[in-house]
Design a protein around this ligand. Structure first.
Ligand SMILES: Cc1ncc(COP(=O)(O)O)c(C=O)c1O
Length: 382
């Protein structure tokens, strides 16, 4: 497309070509094969109970769309009831819904930490936390992944420079690409001295803690703890909840631009979320069955590929290293009927491209066993 002698699309074309040369071009690929890549850990995305609850809500006139911002016409009984139920379930004073976890993280981090505060995040924090930190008012710093001593050193230096603001420590309870856990109790001690703890429970909600209340369930309800529970992963729907002190939720309602200036989430998703909470309470076998899948895969991998370290959770990064070898392996594993995706930098650090195996109730045990054998057969000699 030539305009005024200049090809205005040339920059974008060149950028994509460079990505392609570096084996980093991303494409949208339809789902195919046995699910080893979704975050639908408990298999609730296809839940009959949730579908029936949503169908019943439609029948009694719950609208598909909220039709406005929460502060205007978009406020619905379904959303308010869901938030009350969720706050009670997770043990928080209050909960506030957002359209997704990305926007919820961004919203909280750009709204709660103030000028003069420090936002201190784990180096492997999700893109939504990093973008929020960049766009927010607080000074930002990172600490080495999972290293509380490092975090403490950063705070000590910051205090030493005379800063008196609050420190907001932002972590994931279960890291999305590594499947390992944050040292929450040690970080809580730091937060108790210096400020607040923000815990992104995206991959732990529904999976860990009593009835799936998450890895930070014992910290919920404290005035200086804010948690994020996504609805699009183990809860089987979409959206997210921020849980915390009533005053912080009221502050978000009044000051958070991504909340104020956005159409409220679909009321049907609130109905779906509320049913998902009921399922978590009524069907603890799902949590147990998922842990059985994790143990089964670990035992099979120990037999077939003992040199590859495992995470101990439902997220199992199998680190290959080079981008091209990773994508090649992913394609070969996919050709055997498994939906497994390769993850490359910049999503993960340079040199750590990997297959991210996600264990869910959607993959039968026989397929978990078959996968380990196929991985042994196809694993590259690098
Ligand atoms: C740790 C973490 N936080 C937040 C998000 C964003 O959540 P959502 O997919 O609901 O936008 C994700 C999802 O990819 C995630 O892995």
């Amino acid at each position: 497309m030539e305009q005024g002698g200049m090809d205005r699309l040339a920059f974008y074309r060149r950028d994509l070509e460079a990505l392609s040369h570096a084996s980093r071009l991303r494409r949208l690929n339809a789902r195919r094969g046995v699910d080893f890549s979704s975050n639908d850990y408990l298999g609730l995305a296809q839940s009959v109970r949730i579908r029936d609850a949503v169908a019943a809500a439609l029948d009694r006139g719950v609208p598909v769309g909220a039709a406005g911002s929460r502060l205007l016409r978009g406020e619905t009984e379904a959303q308010a009831e869901f938030e009350d139920a969720a706050a009670a379930f997770f043990g928080a004073e209050a909960a506030l819904g957002f359209g997704g976890g990305y926007v919820a993280n961004f919203a909280v981090i750009t709204t709660l930490p103030q000028r003069g505060d420090l936002l201190l995040m784990d180096a492997l924090s999700h893109a939504s936390t990093q973008e929020g930190a960049r766009a927010g008012r607080a000074e930002m710093a990172t600490f080495r992944h999972g290293d509380v001593g490092y975090a403490e050193d950063v705070i000590t230096k910051w205090r030493g420079a005379g800063h008196r603001g609050a420190v907001w420590i932002a972590v994931e309870s279960l890291y999305s690409m590594d499947g390992d856990r944050a040292p929450l109790d040690d970080l809580m001690r730091l937060a108790d001295t210096h400020g607040f703890l923000l815990v992104d429970e995206a991959h732990a909600t529904g999976v860990f803690g009593p009835a799936g209340r998450g890895l930070a369930h014992h910290l919920e309800g404290r005035g200086n703890v804010v948690t994020l529970h996504t609805l699009g992963k183990a809860m089987g729907g979409s959206g997210a909840l921020i849980c915390g002190a009533r005053v912080l939720v009221d502050f978000l309602i009044n000051r958070c631009r991504p909340f104020i200036f956005a159409t409220a989430p679909s009321p049907l998703m609130a109905v779906a979320g509320q049913e998902a909470l009921a399922i978590l309470r009524d069907e603890p076998w799902r949590q147990a069955a998922l842990q059985d899948r994790v143990a089964l895969f670990a035992s099979q991998m120990a037999r077939h590929l003992p040199q590859v370290p495992l995470s101990g959770s439902q997220i199992v990064p199998l680190i290959v290293g080079p981008d091209a070898a990773t994508m090649d392996l992913a394609a070969k594993v996919q050709a055997r009927g498994f939906d497994i995706r390769g993850i490359r930098p910049p999503t993960v650090p340079e040199g750590t491209a990997r297959l991210r195996v996600s264990l869910t109730l959607n993959a039968p045990e026989a397929e978990v066993i078959r996968l380990a054998g196929v991985l042994e057969e196809l694993w590259p000699d690098l």
